[in-house]
Design a protein around this ligand. Structure first.
Ligand SMILES: [Zn+2]
Ligand SMILES: [Zn+2]
Length: 83
């Protein structure tokens, strides 16, 4: 069972994302940083990476995106460094 497909609301969430951004944004239980999480498995779709960067600019301006997936490898997600 993939915990990113069925995230428990055990940590801080950011809801009410701007229109057109269909992600889950919440604090990682393991690394304690915010994550932007796709709602599907597989790879990032080409336009999604751009959306992730835009959402970062909106929610966490100036913060770095860590694209490397450390724990879950088949569910696209990023951590926002220093959040
Ligand atoms: Zn998943
Ligand atoms: Zn994490």
């Amino acid at each position: 069972m993939c915990e990113l497909c069925d995230p428990k609301r055990e940590t801080e969430w950011i809801d009410n994302l701007p229109m057109g951004f269909d992600f889950n944004v919440f604090r990682c239980r393991t690394h304690h940083e915010f994550m932007i999480v796709a709602k599907h498995h597989g790879l990032w779709e080409p336009d999604e990476r751009e959306l992730v960067e835009k959402l970062r600019d909106f929610l966490f301006p100036g913060k770095e995106i860590r694209w490397e997936q450390q724990s879950v490898h088949d569910h696209p997600h990023v951590h926002i460094v220093g959040t």
